[in-house]
Design a protein around this ligand. Structure first.
Ligand SMILES: NC(=O)c1ccc[n+]([C@@H]2O[C@H](COP(=O)([O-])OP(=O)(O)OC[C@H]3O[C@@H](n4cnc5c(N)ncnc54)[C@H](O)[C@@H]3O)[C@@H](O)[C@H]2O)c1
Length: 344
């Protein structure tokens, strides 16, 4: 049995989810001759010691202590502002790194890091989990096979049921950087095309605190791709029907919809139509449960050299650049052209 020491940094909301998923994957990994040792560190040490005990993981009091003990790869699930320094620590120790999105708090501070990653041949996978979701994968397969014909319209939707805390909103970078960035990433990944312009609008009809924190509770971005194709990406913090993530891709031959199933967060207004009959997802963790697990398997395969990087830091920064431009358009009221991310 081969052993892999995975060092998880940050056991908050998403870090704990990844740790639980890695535990759930143990039998599947064992079938492949792999045993994962989960090592944990977090600045909130007392809390993290308790979490580590509950997970059957080993607590370390710093990232350096994990590196000195022989960790094989790092999983960064800390707050956004800490990502660049922790990625740097990983590549300096020549370790493969998985880091939650985004690469950095803003694109300008991510650009020098992209150069450092390239210069050191750093292995850095960023957490855009939709790339591992069964529905998006099937949509890509049909798109690549030409089943839809040529694409004329795409409509992406991300709806949270309830807003996060105002403290989180104040440091989130806004709805486009926090939520729609996943749609921007998946639209680039699905089409293989660049988004060259964005025009954004937003509204605040919910908690006035969201506006006071400088954000909007609902927003829409009109995206133009490099071949002229248009798409929309809408997001809201107030989708009472459930956590709603969908994408309609309409082509000259056919249309495919990701996220249209018995758990879709919607009701038909047509008489006699019962679909969908299931209970809608309540959170992104429920909606993307399978995708998050597949993302961890993909990272392990990347660490073992069994696959290419499924989501590079460069790709993630390209999606963040669209989010930055959407935020700028929201504030200025004008369309914003998007410069390509330089290749390091
Ligand atoms: N891919 C997704 O769908 C998705 C979803 C949610 C969050 N995220 C991203 O995950 C990251 C974490 O979000 P969260 O909601 O889990 O945050 P969180 O605040 O719940 O957890 C962060 C944890 O990191 C710890 N921490 C902070 N700085 C640290 C440091 N320097 N060293 C060690 N530990 C440190 C904190 O004590 C905390 O326990 C964010 O960047 C967010 O954008 C991604």
């Amino acid at each position: 049995m081969k052993t892999l020491n995975l060092g998880l940094i940050g056991v908050g909301r998403i870090g704990t989810m990844h740790a639980n998923n890695l535990n759930a994957l143990r039998p599947q990994l064992a079938d492949r001759g792999l045993e994962v040792n989960l090592w944990i560190t977090d600045v909130a040490a007392d809390y993290a010691r308790i979490v580590a005990a509950g997970l059957g993981a080993t607590f370390f009091d710093s990232v350096n202590a994990m590196i000195e003990a022989g960790v094989d790869a790092l999983l960064i699930a800390t707050g956004t502002m800490t990502h660049p320094d922790l990625i740097r620590a990983g590549i300096a120790a020549n370790l493969p790194v998985f880091c939650e999105k985004p690469v950095a708090g803003d694109v300008e501070s991510a650009l020098p890091l992209l150069e450092e990653i390239a210069a050191s041949n750093g292995r850095v996978q960023i957490g855009h989990q939709r790339r591992f979701d069964a529905g998006y994968l099937e949509a890509k397969r049909r798109l690549d096979a030409g089943d839809l014909g040529w694409i004329h319209t795409m409509r992406a939707v991300t709806g949270d049921m309830v807003p996060p805390s105002l403290e989180f909103i104040a440091t989130s970078g806004g709805l486009f950087r926090d939520c729609s960035v996943h749609d921007f990433d998946i639209l680039r990944w699905l089409t293989g095309k660049e988004i060259v312009e964005v025009y954004a609008k937003g509204s605040n009809n919910g908690d006035p605190g969201i506006g006071a924190a400088g954000d909007v509770d609902t927003a829409l971005a009109v995206l133009t791709f490099d071949d002229g194709t248009v798409a929309t990406a809408s997001a809201t913090r107030y989708n009472g029907a459930g956590h709603d993530v969908r994408l309609e891709i309409q082509g000259s031959k056919s249309t495919v919809v990701v996220g249209l199933d018995e758990q879709s967060a919607m009701h038909s207004a047509e008489l006699g139509v019962e679909f969908p009959t299931g209970t809608s997802h309540q959170t992104f963790i429920e909606r993307f449960d399978g995708a998050y697990r597949a993302e961890m398997v993909a990272f392990i395969e990347y660490v073992l050299g069994e696959r290419e990087n499924p989501c590079s830091a460069w790709d993630a920064v390209a999606a963040s650049r669209v989010a930055d431009a959407a935020q700028e358009s929201l504030l200025t009221g004008a369309p914003v052209a998007i410069n390509p991310v330089p290749v390091a």
